[in-house]
Design a protein around this ligand. Sequence first.
Ligand SMILES: [Zn+2]
Length: 348
Amino acid sequence: MTRPKAQTPRPSLNRRTLILGSVAAGVLAQPVLARQITATKIPAGGAAGGSAAMPAAPSVTPLAANPAVDAAVAQVSQDRILGSVEALSSFPTRLTEDANFFRVEDWVSDAFIRNGAPPAAIQRQGFVLPNGLSRNNVVVGNSADPRGVIVVGAHFDTYVEPPQTRAPGANDNASGVAVMLEAYRLLSQLPRDKEIVFAAFGGEEQDLLGSTAFVENAQRAGWRIDLMVNLDMLGLAPRNPRDPIVIEYDQGNAVASNNAAAREYGLLAAQLAAVHSTLSTVHTDIWDTDYMPFEAAGYPSIGFYDNGADAPEYHTSNDTMATMDFDRLEQVARIVVATLATTAGVRA
Ligand SMILES: [Zn+2]
């Protein structure tokens, strides 16, 4: 997330649009088939407030079985995810202005290589801070693939007040980067109908500088981005184990033409969550992180989020692994891998 809480009050879930309350906590005590979700009339309400009106049943097409998706999801490794969070949160800070920020860029680049990327495939995508310093996103994948591109993004920079103090950013956002790296390991070698581009952004906490630079490149080059999936704060230990994970999708914002597609993708992700994870889900609008410039450029945009901006550790030196639940983060990773694999049409 990009702003201190004091500047950008987190809209409470109660006030925000809750759709598919059906998949909210408690309803899906047992895994159910996606087909049943679309067919089942489910009572309004749920763990996240309970007062939202239940809209008409979603019109998501029932999922077709895909053994390649199942196989990828089955290989999600909590140990690998935890290792990535541990390494990233060991940097004293990942503040984008920090003189050692290049070491974090290098770590992300090396991590893609450890997870199977040819070194020549790593792209450094530059952007400039207001003070004139140059920094880089780290991007892997063919953004110009004419078949269409699914972008999965996660920012690797951190922020605390005051800026010179330790900024481990374990949940914000080593959690998202770790899940993106795990998705890269499991999906990058698979044949697929669309390209998946993995984008680690810097400068998120300075008003989305890295993701804005990515989008400027995309518009200039005419990349065919079918979907942006943002991962920002995924692994906070919930107050109640039954608390849902939030699947955000664009519900308005700058451009109207991408709303319907974003909704379909958001509902699809919730179906996949019911099939491939133990977590319940709720939906909200997108806000305040790296999908915003994508949305403004017209690209359909969704995100995953754990409500971590409401936690006392948010943007403090206490955003450490101790605040996280890695069983839960593994479940989120399963949903993310299933969503990317399904939308990209992976094959065995
Ligand atoms: Zn963040």
